[in-house]
Design a protein around this ligand. Structure first.
Ligand SMILES: [Mg+2]
Length: 190
Protein backbone atom coordinates (compact mmCIF):
# COMPACT_ATOMS: atom_id res chain seq x y z
CA UNK A 1 0.00 0.00 0.00
CA UNK A 2 1.10 3.52 -0.74
CA UNK A 3 1.80 6.08 1.93
CA UNK A 4 1.00 9.72 1.23
CA UNK A 5 1.95 13.13 2.53
CA UNK A 6 -1.00 15.48 2.10
CA UNK A 7 0.80 18.81 2.05
CA UNK A 8 -0.83 22.19 2.49
CA UNK A 9 0.50 25.05 0.34
CA UNK A 10 0.24 28.46 2.04
CA UNK A 11 2.07 28.51 5.36
CA UNK A 12 3.67 25.14 4.61
CA UNK A 13 5.42 25.13 1.22
CA UNK A 14 5.38 28.91 0.93
CA UNK A 15 4.92 31.56 3.60
CA UNK A 16 1.42 32.76 4.43
CA UNK A 17 0.59 36.41 3.78
CA UNK A 18 -1.46 38.82 5.89
CA UNK A 19 -4.34 38.80 3.40
CA UNK A 20 -4.21 35.02 2.93
CA UNK A 21 -3.89 35.05 -0.84
CA UNK A 22 -0.88 34.92 -3.11
CA UNK A 23 -1.66 36.18 -6.57
CA UNK A 24 1.49 38.19 -7.28
CA UNK A 25 5.16 37.22 -7.34
CA UNK A 26 5.95 40.02 -4.87
CA UNK A 27 4.07 38.03 -2.22
CA UNK A 28 5.77 34.72 -2.94
CA UNK A 29 8.35 33.50 -0.42
CA UNK A 30 9.15 29.82 -0.13
CA UNK A 31 9.14 28.25 3.34
CA UNK A 32 12.67 28.28 4.78
CA UNK A 33 14.67 25.18 3.82
CA UNK A 34 11.65 23.42 2.35
CA UNK A 35 13.52 22.42 -0.82
CA UNK A 36 16.42 20.85 1.04
CA UNK A 37 14.43 18.85 3.58
CA UNK A 38 11.42 17.93 1.44
CA UNK A 39 13.91 16.93 -1.26
CA UNK A 40 15.56 14.55 1.21
CA UNK A 41 12.16 13.15 2.16
CA UNK A 42 11.44 12.47 -1.53
CA UNK A 43 14.85 10.89 -2.19
CA UNK A 44 15.17 8.80 0.96
CA UNK A 45 11.64 7.89 2.02
CA UNK A 46 8.66 6.27 0.35
CA UNK A 47 5.82 8.76 0.29
CA UNK A 48 3.59 10.01 -2.50
CA UNK A 49 3.21 13.80 -2.33
CA UNK A 50 -0.26 15.30 -2.64
CA UNK A 51 -0.84 19.05 -2.42
CA UNK A 52 -4.13 20.01 -0.76
CA UNK A 53 -5.04 23.66 -0.46
CA UNK A 54 -8.02 25.89 0.29
CA UNK A 55 -7.93 29.04 -1.85
CA UNK A 56 -10.85 31.12 -0.60
CA UNK A 57 -12.70 32.82 -3.42
CA UNK A 58 -10.35 31.75 -6.18
CA UNK A 59 -11.89 32.70 -9.50
CA UNK A 60 -13.66 35.79 -8.18
CA UNK A 61 -12.63 39.29 -9.38
CA UNK A 62 -10.63 39.79 -6.16
CA UNK A 63 -8.63 36.63 -6.81
CA UNK A 64 -8.52 35.85 -10.53
CA UNK A 65 -7.62 32.31 -11.63
CA UNK A 66 -5.06 33.58 -14.12
CA UNK A 67 -3.02 35.48 -11.54
CA UNK A 68 -3.17 32.58 -9.11
CA UNK A 69 -2.09 30.02 -11.70
CA UNK A 70 0.87 32.10 -12.88
CA UNK A 71 2.27 31.92 -9.38
CA UNK A 72 1.06 28.35 -8.73
CA UNK A 73 2.65 27.04 -11.93
CA UNK A 74 5.92 28.69 -10.96
CA UNK A 75 5.76 27.09 -7.51
CA UNK A 76 5.09 23.61 -8.94
CA UNK A 77 7.84 24.00 -11.56
CA UNK A 78 10.34 25.19 -8.97
CA UNK A 79 9.68 22.17 -6.76
CA UNK A 80 9.86 19.86 -9.79
CA UNK A 81 13.24 21.33 -10.68
CA UNK A 82 14.45 20.16 -7.28
CA UNK A 83 13.10 16.65 -7.90
CA UNK A 84 10.01 17.26 -5.78
CA UNK A 85 6.98 16.11 -7.75
CA UNK A 86 3.38 16.20 -6.57
CA UNK A 87 1.38 13.18 -7.74
CA UNK A 88 -1.77 15.27 -7.43
CA UNK A 89 -2.79 18.80 -6.58
CA UNK A 90 -6.23 19.46 -5.09
CA UNK A 91 -7.48 23.04 -4.83
CA UNK A 92 -10.76 24.04 -3.22
CA UNK A 93 -11.99 27.51 -4.22
CA UNK A 94 -14.91 27.98 -1.86
CA UNK A 95 -15.40 30.25 1.15
CA UNK A 96 -15.73 28.90 4.71
CA UNK A 97 -19.43 29.87 4.99
CA UNK A 98 -20.32 27.68 2.02
CA UNK A 99 -19.43 24.62 4.10
CA UNK A 100 -18.53 22.54 1.07
CA UNK A 101 -17.36 18.95 1.65
CA UNK A 102 -14.40 19.60 -0.65
CA UNK A 103 -13.04 22.34 1.56
CA UNK A 104 -10.50 21.32 4.18
CA UNK A 105 -11.05 19.83 6.71
CA UNK A 106 -13.56 18.08 4.47
CA UNK A 107 -12.25 15.11 2.51
CA UNK A 108 -14.42 15.63 -0.59
CA UNK A 109 -11.39 16.12 -2.86
CA UNK A 110 -9.57 13.15 -1.37
CA UNK A 111 -11.99 10.23 -1.63
CA UNK A 112 -9.67 8.28 -3.92
CA UNK A 113 -7.16 7.96 -1.09
CA UNK A 114 -9.80 6.48 1.21
CA UNK A 115 -10.68 3.41 -0.80
CA UNK A 116 -8.03 0.99 0.39
CA UNK A 117 -5.01 1.61 -1.84
CA UNK A 118 -3.37 3.92 0.67
CA UNK A 119 -1.92 3.16 4.07
CA UNK A 120 -3.59 6.11 5.80
CA UNK A 121 -2.58 5.25 9.39
CA UNK A 122 1.03 5.67 8.21
CA UNK A 123 0.33 8.73 6.07
CA UNK A 124 0.46 12.33 7.24
CA UNK A 125 -1.13 15.69 6.62
CA UNK A 126 1.49 18.44 6.82
CA UNK A 127 -0.02 21.87 7.37
CA UNK A 128 -0.02 25.04 9.43
CA UNK A 129 -3.67 25.30 10.48
CA UNK A 130 -6.08 23.60 12.80
CA UNK A 131 -8.05 22.72 9.65
CA UNK A 132 -5.06 20.61 8.58
CA UNK A 133 -5.13 18.80 11.92
CA UNK A 134 -8.85 18.20 11.46
CA UNK A 135 -8.26 16.99 7.91
CA UNK A 136 -5.84 14.40 9.29
CA UNK A 137 -8.47 13.32 11.78
CA UNK A 138 -11.06 12.99 9.00
CA UNK A 139 -8.65 10.99 6.84
CA UNK A 140 -7.72 8.84 9.84
CA UNK A 141 -4.07 9.64 9.43
CA UNK A 142 -1.83 11.85 11.58
CA UNK A 143 -0.81 15.49 11.29
CA UNK A 144 2.56 17.15 11.23
CA UNK A 145 1.58 20.60 12.38
CA UNK A 146 3.72 23.52 11.22
CA UNK A 147 1.81 25.60 13.73
CA UNK A 148 2.08 29.24 12.73
CA UNK A 149 0.64 30.51 16.00
CA UNK A 150 -2.09 32.46 14.20
CA UNK A 151 -4.89 30.14 15.23
CA UNK A 152 -5.35 27.85 18.17
CA UNK A 153 -2.34 26.98 20.26
CA UNK A 154 -1.57 23.49 21.49
CA UNK A 155 -2.87 24.42 24.97
CA UNK A 156 -6.24 25.49 23.64
CA UNK A 157 -6.42 22.28 21.68
CA UNK A 158 -6.03 20.33 24.89
CA UNK A 159 -9.01 22.11 26.40
CA UNK A 160 -11.34 22.50 23.45
CA UNK A 161 -10.58 19.67 21.11
CA UNK A 162 -9.05 16.99 23.22
CA UNK A 163 -9.41 14.35 20.53
CA UNK A 164 -7.36 16.45 18.10
CA UNK A 165 -4.31 16.18 20.33
CA UNK A 166 -3.99 12.51 19.47
CA UNK A 167 -3.93 13.39 15.78
CA UNK A 168 -0.87 15.64 16.10
CA UNK A 169 2.21 13.48 15.56
CA UNK A 170 4.61 16.43 15.55
CA UNK A 171 4.28 20.14 16.32
CA UNK A 172 7.13 22.15 14.83
CA UNK A 173 7.98 25.16 12.69
CA UNK A 174 10.91 23.57 10.91
CA UNK A 175 11.08 21.31 7.86
CA UNK A 176 14.29 19.82 9.24
CA UNK A 177 12.27 18.42 12.17
CA UNK A 178 9.67 17.10 9.72
CA UNK A 179 12.40 15.20 7.88
CA UNK A 180 13.92 13.84 11.10
CA UNK A 181 10.53 12.67 12.30
CA UNK A 182 9.56 10.95 9.03
CA UNK A 183 12.98 9.34 8.78
CA UNK A 184 12.54 7.95 12.28
CA UNK A 185 9.03 6.55 11.76
CA UNK A 186 10.07 5.08 8.40
CA UNK A 187 13.08 3.27 9.93
CA UNK A 188 10.93 2.00 12.79
CA UNK A 189 8.50 0.51 10.28
CA UNK A 190 11.22 -1.51 8.52
MG1 LIG B 1 -1.93 26.80 5.24
Amino acid sequence: MKKALFIDRDGTLILETDDFKIETFEKLVFYPQVFYWLGKIVRELDYELVMVTNQDGLGTPDFPERDFHEVQDFIVRTFANEGIHFADIHIDKSYPHENLPTRKPGTGMLTKYMQGDYDLPNSFVIGDRITDVKLAQNLRCKCIWLNDGRGLGADEITEQHHELKNVIALDTREWEKVYNFLKKVSSAAL
